[in-house]
Design a protein around this ligand. Structure first.
Ligand SMILES: [Zn+2]
Length: 447
């Protein structure tokens, strides 16, 4: 297994990255001939980058192609509304980038082997891999119901063990990792350029418990890349003994296989920023001497009674529970009414309000479709152009879906109040719902 065909080392002492690496297979086909001028003039998009802590203009490394990786779920339970919020946020990011003329290669993994999966599967009396697959299928069903576009690739950890082992070997070879007693650890302090890039913490400010007696880890900050499995646990062969991968390195191996480095966008929930994403950045530095992601996007939490909705805390509302009472589009509309970076409190009344608003939008669509009036003296054309401007301005501003939904609500109210809309004007209004619905993942039946 060969990972990485070339690397360019970090440039300068301040950690500037110029590294671009491509895997031997994955980079192919990404340089499709989309003319630069076709989108350069329309890419006014700015995205908040957790690394720089500001909204930066977004420009993909290869013009017209966006390489995007979003960390997927650990599959041991049904997904909850907090997951829905995260995957809808990144779905909208992808849809908007496509709307602007880019081709988006979107990769989302499944962590289908992990301590919790093994424990829960044992409790349920099921083989761990079957147990995980059941929840992968459930997740994909939930995403379909929420009108989330399927990823270009959905890699699973258990199907990428050779790639992960090869990456760990590469890290050992480059002295960024070391094996002890059948396990392999990452040498955290060696990854000087990447430590703290997202959490904005300095290594010397971090206080951690010392390495427990008996452990031969070099430093308490070092994390596992390969773990020994217990007798009755799933295990894969490796040069260090039978075991399974540590969490962080999986994402590097899977993302690199399909996208190379750097990624244009790496996304996930705010809880993944540290240590998961920062560890991935350190692993990339160690393995390929490159920047891992050019833009880091993190969505805020959905809380229930002020606590983060979380599988591990057990305070969650599942997607399927909500879908019993509301359609996927109403759930989307509700979740998109707040900016993805905000923390938002779950509120059933919000779903009920969104149902009313969605119904009003459908009524405006029906009005536009059936319009046969004599015209509105330019009122519709003014309204359409104001809506388009407001929508684009909101979306260009770090995907402000709250503002984008406001623009749709405004046109909805205005259409309800207009008399005499002509057939042509009706078509112009329909186009607004069609185009912006495509970005937000609403009104999927409009073609
Ligand atoms: Zn990840």
């Amino acid at each position: 297994m060969h990972i990485g065909t070339r690397h360019i080392d970090f440039v300068g002492s301040i950690g500037l990255y110029l590294g671009v690496t491509r895997p031997s297979t994955a980079g192919q086909g990404l340089n499709s001939a989309v003319p630069v001028a076709a989108f350069a003039s329309v890419m006014a998009l700015r995205l908040y980058n957790t690394r720089t802590r500001r909204k930066d203009p977004f420009v993909p490394l290869t013009p017209g192609v966006v390489k995007m990786y979003v960390c997927g779920p650990t599959t041991y339970d049904f997904s909850h509304l907090g997951h829905a919020r995260s995957y809808i946020a990144f779905d909208v990011a992808r849809r908007y980038l496509e709307f602007l003329g880019n081709r988006v290669v979107f990769v989302q993994n499944f962590t289908d082997i992990e301590e919790v999966i093994i424990r829960r599967a044992k409790d349920a009396g099921k083989p761990p891999l079957d147990f995980a697959q059941f929840f992968i299928d459930a997740f994909l069903g939930d995403m379909r119901a929420l009108n989330v576009q399927p990823a270009t690739h959905y890699p699973k950890v258990t199907q990428h063990i050779p790639e992960i082992v090869a990456l760990v070997q590469r890290l050992i070879h480059r002295e960024y990792a070391y094996p002890i007693d059948g396990e392999v650890y990452f040498r955290t302090k060696k990854a000087k350029h990447s430590f703290g890039i997202l959490s904005h913490r300095k290594i010397e400010d971090i206080v951690v418990d010392p390495v427990p007696p008996g452990s031969r880890r070099e430093d308490p900050l070092d994390f596992a890349l390969w773990k020994r499995s217990k007798e009755d646990e799933p295990a894969w062969p490796s040069p260090w003994g039978d075991g399974r991968p540590g969490w962080h390195v999986e994402c590097n191996a899977m993302a690199y296989k399909y996208l190379g480095a750097p990624l244009d966008i790496h996304g996930g929930g705010l809880d993944l920023m540290f240590p998961h994403h920062e560890s991935e950045a350190m692993i990339c530095e160690g393995a390929w001497g490159a920047e891992w992601a050019r833009t880091w996007m993190h969505n805020g939490f959905l809380t229930l009674e002020r606590e983060k909705m979380s599988k591990s805390l057990g305070n969650f509302v599942t997607i399927r529970e909500v879908l019993r009472d509301y359609s996927g589009e109403v759930v989307r509309l509700c979740l998109l009414k707040s900016h993805y970076r905000e923390n938002v409190e779950y509120d059933e009344a919000g779903l009920a309000r969104s149902q009313v608003e969605w119904t009003a939008m459908r009524a405006a669509i029906a009005t536009a479709r059936n319009a046969r009036g004599s015209g509105t003296d330019g009122k519709v054309s003014g309204l359409v152009s104001r809506t388009e401007t407001a929508f684009r301005k909101a979306m260009d501003d770090d995907l402000d879906t709250e503002g984008a939904v406001d623009a749709l609500q405004h046109i909805t109210e205005a259409v309800a109040a207009l008399d005499g809309i002509s057939a042509d004007e009706g078509r112009a209004i329909l186009n607004v719902y069609h185009d912006f619905g495509r970005v937000l993942g609403l009104f999927a039946d409009l073609v």
